[in-house]
Design a protein around this ligand. Sequence first.
Ligand code: CA
Length: 389
Amino acid sequence: MPTGSLEQRYSPLIILLLVAALVAVTGLWATDRAGSVDAASEQAVEAGSQQQFHWKMVTTWPKNFPGLGAGPENFARYVNEMSNGRLTVRVYGAGEIVPAFEVFDAVSQGVVDAGHGAAYYWKGKIPASVFFTAVPFGMNAQELNGWLHYGGGLELWREAYAPANIIPFAGGNSGVQMAGWFNKEINTVDDLKGLKMRIPGLAGEVFAAAGGTAVRIPGGELYTSLQTGVIDALEWVGPYNDLAFGFHEVAKYYYYPGWHEPGSMLELIVNEQSFTALPDDLQAIVTYAARAANQDMLDEFTARNNAALQELVEKHGVELRRLPDEVLLALWRANEVVMQELIDKDPMAAKVYASFKSFYDGARAYHHISEQAYINARDVVLDSELEAP
Ligand code: CA
């Protein structure tokens, strides 16, 4: 077999192999170069991001309290997981670092990095804060979330808290609450006269204007206060959270609807310097962890409230009562007076009210033909189905 013919026959293959080898080597070099660039940028990112941050978060809730107390715990867990431990958040219950009603000042002064509670606890310092928790006969959870995130509410909240060096986020929602636990029946407006009730926020002022006496007590002291007769009534949250506190052991009647808190939003507050010290990605993680914790709380209450109510009524013999329309109307009228006083004396409250009221009017009009119309229609068809022979 002549070698020439062999070479002739294989030379294209050899050239091909040479080309392939060249391509491979070039490719490897290119890949290596790209790898070096990637490694370098990763190192740069890591150098910037390896800094760890450890936040302390105080709350107005007793430690390990379900429902409301799950808000800060979930937020902490989401942040720890999403940041792979680069930002850790340690949650402290009421009284562990500061008492419940000193959460705002502790965050404001940088004693701690963050806090969880309810904005209306601070109405003595910032009158406009009531709009960011609950307004009597105001917006429900769905409406409030819409106003906050797409209706300008959050910007106003941040404006209101900026002088205190605090950045607020929505930190959960209870959904519509219960009117509360009473040891006296409420049949007429006169039954409110002289009634001592724990009822915070603007609703406390409304309750007082309607003839009652509003008392401000942190959650952890409520059971004893009702048991010992320091108060005649209290409102806390709704069936799931109220069952956990055991109020059914010290009160007879459980009234609805929660006219005073139709969809209470909780707050997650962050010290401004603690927040701005974070790199951009950790700031984003804080922002989206708060958003997730906000929605999760509403989901949990939605899922658990009915089972808790059934347990209260069927197992513990709680008497469920609806507030009479006459009483609701009197509270509404008192609310109109209190709201007017609030916006007359505080310019920021007036500014927030204008935004809130505009969104509220629109949401209410739209819900006439959407949520409300649907719920009514659902009852009409299902109830007629039940009544059918
Ligand atoms: Ca409440």
